[in-house]
Every structure is written in structure tokens, then in C-alpha cells.
Write a new protein. Structure first.
Length: 252
């Protein structure tokens, strides 16, 4: 899967900011709030002739900003809308002590498309679930070798120490394959939970008929250096943005 150059630069920028561990905490709030609150945060609301858009900030992930978008089609025609139709522009208006210059902030970026991640997680869940229940060729050969060793030990008349050493080694080899299956099962459960969250919560491309709405999470790269996050939505007049202030404070 190939990523746009500007997106790669944004992720590298975010990694540079957090590589040593942040000594600060961040909060996000609307520049101009609507007075309407949802899920514990105030909503930014913009209505025009074609669309009614409401956005509120949900949380900070390790490398992403998560927003909840409620998109309503109030026009007379169907609109096809997806996450990559939402863009954000990070802006640094205040000097912030950092090893990364504010001038290195990326330009306008589209939200992440969850579909490649959904496809990847679907494949990972299938592979890891199979690994959790599948007996590999290596394990079959190991089990066969144990049987051969056990039969041979009868003819060799092993000492007590030799018998205990053989059984301990065989137990370790069996435990290795058991751990592999348990690790695969745990990984499958983890990725399955991520997949279910994306499928149920992420905004995904769809056709919004007149009078209908589309709601879900959109994800942008996390850029701690920015103090203004300007989000633009499809169907709105050029230059219209839904702005948030990102506040940065030192840890006590």
C-alpha cells in the first residue's frame, strides 16, 4: 500500500515530536463553539445551502486525531461522501519550544481512508485465527520425533537423569508450539476488536440522499505543534472551515 508523500511527511513530523515522550498534555476545543455538546465535547456546526455539518473532537490516539462527523444533506440531490473528502490544515500561530520548526508543518491533508486498514485487519484476523488452531508441519515432525525417542529410550534403558532430561526437553518443545498458538489467538482477538471498532464507528464512503445523514469517525494525523486545526468538509463553499484550537500545557 502506497501513501501520499505529504502524509508520510506528516507522520514523520508527528513521530519526531513524540519520539522522546511528551512532557506536556493537549486539549482540543472549538474556536467558535455551537453551544451543543456531544460525547463530552462541544460541537462545531456549519450549515449552508447544501449541507449541515457538525464535528466534535473525540480523542487523541498515539498518532491520530479522532473527530466525530455528522454530515447532513439538505440539498435536492444525492451526494457521495467519504472520509478522504474531509481535509485539515494544521496551523502554528504561537511559538512553541520544539526541536521541530513550525515551518515544517505539512499542508492541507485528507483524512485517513479506513478501507485499506479494514482489509488488512480482515486478512490478519483470518491468518492469526488459522495459526491459533492449525498444527504446523514443524509441530507434527516434532511430535513424531518424540514418539521415536520414547521408543528408542526403552531399548537404551535410560538412566533416571536421562529420562528426566528427555522429558523436560520434549515438554519445552511442546510448550513452544502451544505458546505460538496462544500468541496467535491473542493477536487475532486484538485485531478483531480493532476491526469491529473501525467497521462500526469509522466514516465510510456512501451516497447520502437528500434529507439523509452520514455519521462516523474521521482520523487525521496527530500534529502536536499546531495550535489551530482547520477542517474543511465536502459540499461547503470554498474557504469555509470548521476550526479547533489545540491547547498545549506542560505536565506538572
Amino acid at each position: 500500500m502506497r501513501f501520499p508523500t505529504r502524509l508520510i511527511a506528516a507522520l514523520a513530523f508527528a513521530a519526531a515530536l513524540t519520539s522522546c515522550g511528551p512532557s506536556y498534555f493537549l486539549t482540543m476545543r472549538p474556536v467558535r463553539g455551537s453551544g451543543v455538546w456531544s460525547d463530552g465535547s462541544e460541537t462545531v456546526h456549519e450549515q449552508q445551502d447544501s449541507v449541515d455539518v457538525r464535528i466534535n473532537f473525540i480523542r487523541y490516539d498515539a498518532d491520530r486525531l479522532v473527530f466525530d462527523v455528522d454530515f447532513r444533506n439538505i440539498s435536492r440531490r444525492a451526494l457521495t461522501v467519504g472520509p478522504t473528502d474531509f481535509h485539515f490544515q494544521p496551523v502554528a500561530t504561537q511559538p512553541v519550544a520544539s526541536t521541530v520548526a513550525a515551518s515544517q508543518l505539512p499542508g492541507r491533508l485528507a483524512a485517513f481512508d479506513p478501507e485499506p486498514q479494514i482489509q488488512n485487519l480482515t486478512s490478519r484476523v483470518a491468518e492469526e485465527s488459522a495459526a491459533a488452531t492449525h498444527v504446523s508441519g514443524g509441530e507434527l515432525l516434532t511430535s513424531l520425533s518424540h514418539v521415536v525417542e520414547d521408543l528408542a529410550s526403552i531399548k537404551k534403558k535410560e538412566t533416571k537423569e536421562q529420562e528426566e532430561a528427555r522429558e523436560a526437553r520434549q515438554n519445552d518443545e511442546n510448550a513452544y508450539y502451544t505458546r505460538q498458538r496462544l500468541d496467535a489467538a491473542a493477536a487475532a482477538d486484538q485485531h478483531r476488536a480493532q476491526l469491529q471498532e473501525l467497521r462500526s464507528q469509522a466514516l465510510r464512503r456512501n451516497t447520502v440522499e437528500p434529507g439523509q445523514r452520514l455519521r462516523g469517525y474521521v482520523f487525521f494525523p496527530r500534529l502536536d505543534q499546531a495550535d489551530i486545526i482547520r477542517i474543511s468538509a465536502p459540499g461547503m463553499r470554498e474557504g469555509t472551515t470548521l476550526d479547533f484550537t489545540q491547547l498545549r500545557a506542560r505536565q506538572q
